[in-house]
Design a protein around this ligand. Structure first.
Ligand SMILES: [Zn+2]
Length: 477
């Protein structure tokens, strides 16, 4: 156990204090923080990449801690389809009247090379107010916080009115053994819940100023298409106009000039409405314009130049790979392009394909889906979920609004949403929106932000798992 560099000098002192004092909130808080940091360090230092890492080792380490903290063996499970791809599922069991809630985080991390980083990515490092390491922000902070808080609930004798399930899973970032998908298929009863929380949201800050607390309630659907042109080919010394590469190039030119229609849903409408109050000038005005029905054309024209906002208001499809021809001196017999689409959750892959067919308007270009899409419905912005989030955000960061968001990328929430379990991305961990290092070099999380996130998730899970607290919060609104 390493206590050096612990930001909470009070912890060691607190141990020596009287039992009465040890009951004070601040002392408990310090102990809880210390535990979270220790778990966080342990998780970061267990390599969980797909290539050489081991999620089972991380899952077992957490299982051991939970059992030591008094969780019975039958409520702490490590299971999975591959020796290195274990998932941890733990349940704080009560005879609660309501269906469980699920706290989900992934154990695996994106590859990280020592030579690409300023330090060893698999060595936990605290420096200048940040914790560094692969997985620091994606997604080991949440995993550590969920485990530490669950142990804290147990130690405090907290009696929720519903089971609290923590699932830490493998292969969110890639790999062949996605833990959530596997658990839903093989052990659904272990993680069935009324709703759950996951990554995908979090606090957005800029230059130290907190902008908003994002709640991810929806995500786009990932679907690539293959565009393919076949041709009989021939000798390149006798070219003809009927050329596979030219036909494909024309098709891509048409795609380049096309924009899918603007189509807002409950989540993205609320997003633009709330972010318009944080933005200023033309951007704010355009956001107010785009939520009109029908959307104001000038506002759309302005926002579509801003990639994040453009991707929020419509389906997008973009050419990402090209491959054509078989020899320098031959007419091409095949020309192929990969087009990657991010489809709004209220639209379908088939309708998107039909739109591509119409836009490209050339029967020589075959357009076929690559792999099956995994559509997931947006989660409803219900009062049961949003009210505690808003109340706790007000308590902790007065004046900072809660903003529902739709991810343009994908998270594991999609598997649960597809099965009818609403999922919400919320962490209370703030990060600079202009300096996201997830998947990149020198990944990090602010030290204070980490503990704030821990406190936020502690309060939020408590609110979700105690009917009285929910009623109080609803009444006190
Ligand atoms: Zn992640």
């Amino acid at each position: 156990m390493k206590l050096t560099k612990m930001p909470l000098a009070s912890f060691g002192v607190a141990l020596a204090l009287s039992a009465a004092l040890a009951q004070t909130r601040s002392t408990e808080f310090s102990a809880g923080q210390h535990l979270a940091r220790e778990i966080f360090q342990q998780l970061i230092e267990i390599n969980t990449t797909d290539s050489v890492g081991d999620c089972t080792a991380a899952a077992n380490a957490m299982a051991e801690r939970l059992k030591t903290a008094g969780f019975p063996n039958e409520d702490v499970k490590v299971l999975g389809p591959h020796p290195r791809k274990g998932n941890l599922v733990v349940r704080l069991r009560v005879t609660g009247a309501r269906k469980p809630i699920l706290l989900l985080a992934h154990l695996d991390v994106v590859e990280a090379k020592r030579e690409d980083w300023s330090f060893d990515p698999f060595k936990f490092l605290e420096k200048d107010g940040y914790y560094y390491g692969r997985g620091a922000s994606d997604d080991k902070a949440m995993a550590a916080i969920f485990v530490a808080n669950l142990i804290r609930f147990k130690q405090e004798g907290f009696k929720p009115d519903r089971d609290i399930i923590v699932a830490l899973t493998a292969d969110e970032e890639g790999g062949d053994y996605n833990g959530v998908e596997w658990l839903l298929k093989n052990h659904p009863q272990l993680i069935e819940a009324e709703f759950g929380m996951n990554e995908g949201g979090g606090g957005a800050a800029r230059n130290g100023k907190k902008l908003f607390n994002a709640v991810q309630a929806s995500e786009k659907v990932y679907q690539s298409f293959l565009l393919e042109v076949k041709n009989k080919g021939g000798h390149s010394s006798r070219p003809v106009k009927d050329n596979a590469i030219y036909h494909l190039a024309t098709a891509l030119q048409r795609l380049a000039g096309f924009d899918f229609p603007v189509n807002l849903n409950e989540v993205t409408r609320a997003y633009f409405e709330r972010v318009s109050k944080l933005e200023s000038g033309e951007t704010a005005a355009a956001m107010k314009g785009v939520i009109q029905n029908p959307p104001d054309a000038k506002s759309v024209a302005y926002l579509e130049n801003l990639p994040a906002y453009n991707a929020t208001m419509r389906t997008t499809c973009v050419a990402t790979m090209l491959q054509a021809g078989h020899a320098e001196n031959a007419l091409p017999q095949t020309a192929r392009a990969t087009v990657n689409c991010r489809i709004l959750p209220t639209e379908t892959a088939e309708v998107t394909r039909e739109t591509l067919v119409k836009v490209i308007n050339d029967s020589r270009v075959a357009i076929t889906p690559i792999k099956e899409p995994k559509p997931s419905p947006p989660s409803p912005l219900s009062a049961e979920v949003m009210k505690p989030i808003e109340a706790i955000t007000r308590q902790m960061w007065p004046g900072v609004p809660v903003v529902p968001v739709m991810s343009t990328g994908a998270t594991d929430s999609l598997y649960l949403r597809k099965m009818g379990i609403p999922m919400y991305g919320t962490s209370g961990v703030f990060g600079d929106i202009d300096d996201s290092r997830a998947h990149g070099k020198d990944e990090r999380i602010g030290v204070k932000e980490f503990y704030d996130g821990q406190e936020y998730l502690y309060r939020l899970v408590k609110a979700f798992a105690s009917a009285n607290s929910n009623q109080r919060q609803a009444a006190g609104k």
